[in-house]
Design a protein around this ligand. Structure first.
Ligand code: NDP
Length: 333
C-alpha cells in the first residue's frame, strides 16, 4: 500500500511513519505541509521522497492508495473529503472534525465512494485494553455497575502549542483526550453514553480553551462512568477501572501510546495480575486497516466510532459550558 501523509505532524514522525513502514509492502511516498520549507525539511528528515503544499497536486498521484490525515483538527474535514473524492482510503486523526455535521459528511462521503475510512483511536489496539475487554465480555466481573477513567497527564512542552491556546484549531483537553476516553469506554462496554454532566476549567496551561475536565456519563445499561482529563497533572498517572457485581478490574498506566501498564482482577476468589500482549498499538491498528482495504474485516475504529467519540466530547463541552445535563446527540448514527 502506498501512503501519502496529509500534515507534517509530530504524531506522524514520532509514531505513525514507523508504524506504516512496519506493514508488509507499505511505503510512504509524500507529505503535505502548508509551508514548503517545513515540508521539505520534514520529508528529508523522515526519508519521504516528495513534499507538497498543494493537496490537489498530492492527491493527483494515482499510485497513492491511502492517506493519513494528521493536521490540526479544523483541517481534517476538508482534507479528508478531498482525499475521499480522489478515491483514497483514509485514516484520519481524532477528533474527526470540529462538529458532528462535518464528521458525518466525511463518513457518508467515504461510504458513497466505497473507500475505507478509519479513526486513529489508538487505545483500543493496546494489548491491555484488549485483555480488559475480554474480561468484561466473558462476564468475569458480572454486570458492570460503574467505570472510572483517569487520564490527567502532564502535556509535554513540545505539545504546548495549538492544543492549549487555539480554539479555532480544535485546542482544549476535551477534543484532545476526552474523545479517546469516550472511544475506550464504548469499546469496553459496547454501548454509547446517553447523557453527561461536566465541569471544565483551566489549571495553569489553557489560554482560551479548557485544560482540565471532569464528567459523569450515564449508559443505557444503567452503568455510570466518571472521567477525568487534564494537561496539567505531572504526577497523577493514568488508569481505568471497571466495577461489576462479581468483580473489579484495576488497570494502571494504560491510557498511553505505549504498550505498558498493569491490570489486576479482584473477585470473590481473590486478586490476580492479568497478563496481556505488548504489541505496538499503532502497528496493530494499521494491520487491521490494511486488511480492511483488502476487503477483510473493518478497521480498528471506523468512521462511526469517530463520530460517536466526537459526539460524547461535544456533549461534555456543552454540559461544562451550560452547567446542565446534556443528552448526547449522535446525529442519527
Ligand atoms: P502537530 O502540532 O505536531 O502538527 C499539526 C500541524 O501543525 C502540522 O500539520 C503542521 O502543519 C503544523 N506544524 C507542525 N510543526 C510546526 C511548526 N514548527 N510551526 C508551525 N506549524 C507547525 O500536531 P500533533 O502531531 O500533536 O497532532 C496532529 C493531529 O493528530 C491532531 O488531530 C491530534 O488530535 C492528533 N493526535 C492523535 C494522537 C493519537 O494517538 N491518536 C496523538 C497525538 C495527536 P503543516 O502540516 O501545514 O506543516
Amino acid at each position: 500500500m502506498r501512503w501519502a501523509l496529509i500534515g507534517a505532524s509530530r504524531i506522524a514522525s514520532s509514531y505513525m511513519i514507523n508504524a506504516i513502514r512496519a506493514q508488509e509492502g507499505a511505503e510512504i511516498v509524500s507529505v503535505l505541509s502548508s509551508s514548503a520549507e517545513r515540508g521539505e525539511a520534514y520529508a528529508r528528515e523522515n526519508g519521504i521522497a516528495q513534499s507538497f503544499t498543494d493537496l490537489g497536486a498530492q492527491l493527483a498521484d494515482e499510485t497513492v492508495d491511502a492517506v493519513y490525515v494528521s493536521t490540526t483538527n479544523e483541517k481534517h474535514h476538508a482534507q479528508a473529503l478531498a482525499a475521499i473524492a480522489a478515491g483514497k482510503h483514509v485514516l484520519c486523526e481524532k477528533p474527526l472534525a470540529m462538529s458532528l455535521e462535518e464528521a458525518a459528511d466525511m463518513v457518508r462521503a467515504a461510504a458513497e465512494k466505497g473507500v475505507v475510512f478509519a479513526t486513529n483511536h489508538h487505545l483500543r489496539n493496546a494489548g491491555s485494553h484488549l485483555a480488559i475487554r475480554d474480561l468484561i465480555s466473558s462476564g468475569r466481573i458480572g454486570k458492570v455497575l460503574s467505570a472510572r477513567v483517569f487520564h490527567a497527564v502532564n502535556l509535554p512542552d513540545a505539545l504546548r502549542g495549538w492544543r492549549i491556546n487555539d480554539a479555532a484549531a480544535g485546542g482544549g483537553v476535551i477534543p484532545d483526550i476526552t474523545v479517546h476516553d469516550a472511544d475506550t469506554i464504548r469499546f469496553h462496554l459496547g454501548e454509547d453514553p446517553v447523557e453527561v454532566v461536566a465541569k471544565a476549567g483551566t489549571s495553569g496551561l489553557g489560554e482560551g480553551v479548557e485544560d482540565s475536565v471532569m464528567s459523569v456519563w450515564s449508559m443505557p445499561s444503567g452503568a455510570m462512568v466518571q472521567s477525568h482529563e487534564s494537561f496539567t497533572h505531572r504526577f497523577a498517572g493514568t488508569g481505568i477501572e471497571f466495577h461489576g457485581t462479581d468483580g473489579s478490574i484495576f488497570a494502571r498506566n494504560v491510557m498511553t501510546q505505549e504498550p505498558v501498564g498493569e491490570i489486576r482482577l479482584v473477585t470473590a476468589e481473590g486478586e490476580s495480575a492479568v497478563p496481556f500482549e505488548t504489541h505496538n498499538l499503532y502497528e496493530y491498528s494499521l494491520g487491521l486497516f490494511g486488511k480492511a482495504v483488502n476487503g477483510n474485516g473493518g478497521p480498528s475504529a471506523d468512521g462511526i466510532d469517530g463520530i460517536k467519540s466526537l459526539a460524547v466530547a461535544l456533549a461534555v463541552r456543552e454540559a461544562a459550558q451550560s452547567a446542565k445535563a446534556v443528552a448526547v446527540n449522535y446525529g442519527g448514527f
